[in-house]
Ligand binder design. Structure first.
Ligand code: GLU
Length: 403
């Protein structure tokens, strides 16, 4: 069968692939510890589940407006005001089928062939592919451990061309946890205001911040920057609602209208029941978030300290999100590394190490190359303390064999 060049140009989501592989091994009775996809292991809070049950029982099980129910749009407007000091009208927000879908839709309404989107690397695995699916060209701006995995205004200036349509700012970042301060965003904004570029602020990890850091996004800096921004968020990470598939965004009314049209011709409305549950998530007791963040914080320390005891590993303490992203360059210099490459050949060290860890330690991680950097691997610590302790100890044992 002939397939479109659009689909042939993209790869399966590596985060979901690793998770599927680990689950398939588990189904065969193999005891795998999964640090693959980033998904809080907590149950969805009871009050949110109760709201969903109420929605089912009261017959809220039919089509809704394609862009979401009025009650949820109002709740989103309320959330932006309460948590982010951002004022939007309900006509400036829309509900999508998960945060991923928000970004996908945005690319579809924004890009013509050849137009460019700036993506700082390490990036979340699906940004470049979603740009390409829309016919656009992802322009990757590389960062390193030395810059705290953050781009500089100089790098930004150098990457902008006449074809640039948008930049993605994902802070806290998946996979590095890097978080831009207000001053750092201001410095980037000085460059950005000189160009007609849409600022995409993907705030999905907004609530998962440590060490008392307050969240700030680029739209907060000035009214002008807010006008140039589209803010993406969702309930998956903050309320442990990954399976419910509710994302949302806020931005210029004309842009939101176009996304509404696209959604009306593609998915129609996000699930009615999930929408009602999300009203409760956004309007109900917000203490559930702090409880989860406390647990993530404890796990963050356990995993980072544990990883730093593995030969060749060097891991920073991520200031946000729930991923450890150790630099594994030192592993490739261990005496036994060559024999590992012979067993798991390929151009990418991070993939070789990932295969070795899966086969020998029965630990599933995501190779850094999936995020645009081959020096690292990603481990989601949104899993139990016991899993973290056991998984890291298995890794230490098998990597220790390379000394
Ligand atoms: N965003 C999460 C991750 O990076 C969920 C999986 C995905 O959709 O990529 O693991």
């Amino acid at each position: 069968m002939k397939f479109s060049s659009r689909i042939l140009n993209i790869k399966p989501s590596p985060t979901l692939e690793v998770t599927a592989l680990a689950n398939a091994m588990k189904a065969k009775g193999i005891d795998v510890i999964g640090f693959g996809s980033g998904e809080p292991d907590f149950d969805t809070p009871q009050s949110i589940k109760d709201a969903a049950v109420r929605a089912i029982e009261s017959g809220k099980t039919k089509y809704t407006p394609a862009g979401g129910i009025a009650e949820l749009k109002k709740a989103i407007v309320h959330k932006f005001k309460r948590d982010n000091a951002l004022e939007y009208a309900t006509s400036e927000v829309i509900v999508n089928n998960g945060g991923k879908h928000s970004f996908y839709n945005l690319m579809q309404v924004l890009l013509d062939p050849g137009e460019e989107v700036l993506i700082p690397a390490p990036y979340w695995v699906s940004y470049p592919d979603m740009v390409m699916l829309a016919g656009g060209t992802p322009i990757i701006i590389e960062t390193s451990r030395d810059s705290g995995y953050k781009i500089t205004p100089q790098q930004l200036q150098a990457a902008i061309t006449k074809q640039t349509r948008a930049i993605v700012i994902n802070s806290p970042s998946n996979p590095t946890g890097a978080t831009y301060s207000r001053d750092e965003l201001s410095a980037l904004a000085e460059v950005l205001v000189q160009h007609d570029i849409l600022l995409i602020s993907d705030d999905i990890y907004e609530s998962i911040l440590y060490d008392g850091n307050a969240f700030v996004n680029i739209a907060n800096l000035s009214e002008e920057l807010k006008k140039r921004s589209v803010v993406l968020n969702g309930v998956s990470k903050a309320y442990s609602m990954t399976g419910w598939r509710i994302g949302y965004m806020a931005g210029d009314e004309s842009l939101i209208k176009k996304i509404d049209i696209l959604q009306s011709q593609s998915t129609s409305n996000p699930t009615s029941i999930s929408q009602w549950a999300s009203v409760e998530a956004l309007m109900g007791d917000q203490r559930v978030i702090a409880e989860m963040v406390n647990a993530f914080d404890r796990r963050r320390r356990i995993i980072v300290n544990g990883l730093n005891e593995i030969p060749g590993f060097d891991c920073i303490m991520p200031p946000g999100a729930f991923y450890a992203f150790p630099d594994i360059d030192g592993v490739t210099r261990l005496p036994g590394w060559k024999s590992i490459v012979e067993r798991y050949p390929g151009p990418y060290a991070s993939s070789t190490l990932t295969s070795y860890l899966l086969e020998e330690a029965r630990v599933a991680v995501v190779p850094g190359i999936a995020f645009g950097i081959d020096r690292n691997i990603r481990l989601s610590f949104a899993t139990s303390d016991d899993n973290i302790i056991e998984g890291v100890s298995r890794m230490k044992e098998v990597v220790g064999r390379l000394i």
